[in-house]
Design a binder for this molecule. Structure first.
Ligand code: ADP
Length: 274
């Protein structure tokens, strides 16, 4: 009622304008609610590592006579502070992506370079977890956008594939151009044969701070922001991210982005002219 009153005072004679303004106010309220939720969730998430560091500092003081215990607590403090740093940098990444113009200077991006960088970042984790990591061909795919952001997006998907798999699993990253629709799209897929995700959770995993398995996510340094960042980066590039997954069989995440067809770009099944 308060909204209507305000709007009526602004434009009492024009029905269309009244509806438009009322709509704007609803949107503004939703944006405000989202912003408030984000701040509440963020403070909650930040409190966990900050609280842990505080307790560990007390534990170090109490254990001053026991060098082994001090070393153990100090190592734990290092882990928690790294976690805090990750959380803060992901929050900054996300708020940058939520700004009006996340892609300031789009460039032509070679998808094979993006995939190589994303895979390199997870190589150490993959070796440690005994997970094999392979790139299965990227025939001259190009998109318009930010190479840095795309490497972050694919990197997050690869990291998840490695983390949510058991020893001996296989992660495959691939890209191809899909020319079936009116416009051409590059599809980047990241597949694993890991633990999978129940279908009831598929829609929610892209929400900020949402985790299916909190314990495993936290144990692996997860923040619950990775997929939300991926979906914002996809949207900033005029694309989307989707998931196929079954518990016990694994997951495939697909990043679908408008293709940049220029000299040398090959379409699906076409010659690799890169
Ligand atoms: P996190 O930092 O917890 O990994 P994400 O936003 O990246 O947060 O992912 C959200 C949740 O989706 C994860 O906590 C995990 O439960 C689930 N998830 C994401 N990727 C995979 C995957 N490849 N296999 C199984 N579960 C996954």
């Amino acid at each position: 009622a308060a909204t209507t009153y305000l709007v009526l005072r602004v434009a009492p004679l024009d029905d269309d304008l009244i509806v438009l303004l009322a709509d704007d106010q609803t949107t503004a309220r939703r944006v405000e609610e989202t912003r408030r939720d984000f701040i509440a969730n963020t403070s909650h998430e930040l409190k966990t590592p900050i609280g842990a560091i505080g307790l560990l500092a007390e534990a170090v003081e109490d254990a001053a006579e026991d060098p082994q215990a001090v070393r153990r607590f100090a190592a734990r403090m290092g882990i928690e502070s790294a976690r805090l740093a990750d959380l803060v940098s992901q929050i900054i990444e996300l708020s940058r992506l939520q700004s009006d113009n996340p892609l300031t200077r789009p460039e032509v991006v070679e998808v094979d370079e993006v995939l190589a960088e994303a895979v390199d970042r997870s190589r150490v984790d993959a070796d440690r977890n005994n997970v094999s990591l392979a790139i299965a061909g990227t025939p001259g795919c190009r998109v318009l956008g930010s190479a840095r952001q795309l490497a972050v997006a694919v990197g997050n998907l690869v990291e998840n594939a490695v983390v949510y798999s058991d020893s001996g699993a296989r992660v495959t990253v691939a890209a191809h151009v899909d020319s079936r629709a009116d416009d051409d799209y590059v599809e980047i897929t990241v597949s694993d044969n890991g633990i999978g995700i129940p279908s009831a959770e598929h829609a929610r995993i892209f929400e900020r701070f949402y985790r299916v398995d909190y314990a495993r996510s936290r144990a692996n340094g997860g923040t619950g922001l990775g997929l939300s960042i991926v979906s914002h980066i996809a949207a900033a590039h005029g694309g989307e991210v989707s998931v196929w997954s079954q518990p016990g069989r694994g997951s495939t995440f697909t990043l679908r982005l408008p293709a940049q067809l220029g000299a040398g770009a090959a379409t699906s099944g076409g010659p690799d002219s890169a």
